[in-house]
Design a protein around this ligand. Structure first.
Ligand code: PMP
Length: 289
């Protein structure tokens, strides 16, 4: 992914894509002192940009470092990257980390850095697979307890269990994985939140040990606007048998239908389709906020 044309913003400057490098003795690479964002631009407008920039700052703060760029400055840099690369519909990846100024577990003496890249990225899942609904593996790893890690930070370190679970799913021919939390409750997919439908009501697990996704919050609003009751609560795997529909949400994944999760099967019903359409209309500015 490093050998292509384009411009990447690093610490205030645009540099050619191939030259956007960091040193091997970067604190983040050894000790996971890195946080990131993922957002999409639709027709030249980055959806909920300031929410993403604010979450990036918050994620860093939860790891004990402050970014010397304000939300407005990060927003402006994201727009600059989009323009510099001549993109209107793109995925964007801001990433912030502790640098190579010092080596050792102590972060003292390291400086915060920020890079922002953007590239064309169609659907997160292949459209022909997503159209039928994904098949989810049950992840062998669980989301950690809030007292063991800063679980509300979009921290690279927390993606170790996501990449392991995704690989486990890939190796077994599944499209993604459903992760439980340390209590055994339903948590999320490897890069998206989860929703279930039963009797016209929307159920979603309480985000007390995983990200309260920006897409998740958006879809909950869209559902309420349609008069759908949204129930946020602890969901146990045994209950999955009784749900009729399931989908996942994320800035990259958008609204993606699920056909099965482990032994549990779902249908792609009208409400799932309606909410996916509402989300698509909203991000493409065909729906008023
Ligand atoms: N959970 C995880 C682990 C994720 O990586 C993402 C994607 N950022 C989400 C949930 C959904 O978050 P959002 O809707 O803000 O993109």
């Amino acid at each position: 992914f490093d050998d292509r044309d384009g411009w990447i913003w690093i610490d205030g400057k645009l540099v050619p894509w191939r030259e956007a490098n960091v040193h091997v003795l970067t604190h983040a690479m050894h000790y996971a002192s890195s946080v990131f964002e993922g957002q999409r631009a639709y027709g030249g407008t980055i959806f909920k940009l300031s929410d993403h920039s604010a979450r990036l700052r918050k994620s860093a703060e939860l790891l004990g470092f402050e970014l010397p760029w304000t939300v407005d400055e990060i927003d402006a840099a994201c727009n600059e990257v989009l323009k510099a690369n001549g993109l209107t519909d793109a995925y964007m990846r801001p990433v912030a980390w502790r640098g190579s100024e010092q080596m050792g577990v102590s972060p003292k003496g390291t400086k915060p850095h920020l890079a922002i890249a953007a590239w064309e990225w169609g659907k997160y899942f292949k459209p022909e697979i997503a159209a039928k609904g994904l098949r989810l593996d049950i992840a062998p790893w669980r989301r950690p307890a809030p007292y063991t890690a800063p679980v509300h930070s979009k921290a690279a370190g927390l993606y170790m269990i996501a990449t392991l679970s995704k690989k486990h799913a890939d190796d077994r021919g599944y499209d993604d994985a459903l992760m439980f939390d340390w209590r055994g409750q339903v948590a999320e997919a490897t890069g998206a939140n989860t929703f279930f439908i039963k009797d016209g009501q929307l159920h979603t697990p309480t985000p007390d040990c995983f990200l309260n996704g920006i897409t998740r919050q958006t879809v909950m609003d869209l559902a309420r606007r349609r008069g759908v009751e949204v129930i946020e609560r602890a969901i146990w795997p045994e209950e999955l048998e009784g749900f009729e529909q399931m989908f996942i949400t994320g800035s990259a994944a958008e609204v993606t239908f699920i056909r099965s999760a482990g032994p549990w099967n779902f249908e792609i019903g009208d409400l799932s389709r309606q909410l996916a359409k509402d989300y698509d209309d909203l991000v493409n500015r065909r729906l008023n906020t």
